[in-house]
Design a protein around this ligand. Sequence first.
Ligand SMILES: Cc1cc2nc3c(=O)[nH]c(=O)nc-3n(C[C@H](O)[C@H](O)[C@H](O)COP(=O)(O)O)c2cc1C
Length: 196
Amino acid sequence: MIIKVLGIGSSPRVGGNSDILLDKALAGALAEDAQMEKIILNELNIKPCQECGGCNETGACVVADDMLIVYDKLIQSQGIIIASPIFFSGISAQLKTMIDRIQCHWIAKYRLGQKIARQPKLRQGVFISVRGQRGLEIFKAAVKPVRAFMATEGFKYMAELLCDGLDYKGAVNKQPQVLSQAHELGQKLVHQIREG
Ligand SMILES: Cc1cc2nc3c(=O)[nH]c(=O)nc-3n(C[C@H](O)[C@H](O)[C@H](O)COP(=O)(O)O)c2cc1C
């Protein structure tokens, strides 16, 4: 069975710390023969949810932008790796914007009782987050919307890698054990999907 893993990078800083860890995790998934794809939200044109109610009857978003690409890739993936820096004590605006656009799937699932079409079973997700200052407590606020997103999309929140004290671009490259942890996370994700 081919396992598709989708990496979602949400930092505006390409080659930054969360991006490096996302790449390591995706390399881990690839090492386990998964098919992987990466999207960088900052490169997409995704408008924030307009709370227009356009999805209330159908469960489908009426805003036609690059989120259509994301919906499609989400439906096709059995594994997901989301990476975000901590910005002002929470996830990046890019990630929050994408998550809010999942409201149509929330409506579809919880209000209309629909099943999201073609959604493969046994979906698993992991979350990677980095922050500049020390302390792990602050990640709680970031984990909450990511968990809510995964629950709505039908991904089990399998594991997380939360790294503090990483501020300047590429700082994580000086921490080989963290790079290995990210690689292992990608591998574990694929194992977990295979084991069901
Ligand atoms: C707009 C902005 C807000 C930030 N807010 C926080 C914060 O609240 N707490 C923190 O520990 N670090 C904060 N940082 C630092 C980043 O989390 C840190 O530099 C991180 O390594 C960035 O990850 P990236 O390289 O993947 O973008 C902030 C950085 C920026 C640019």
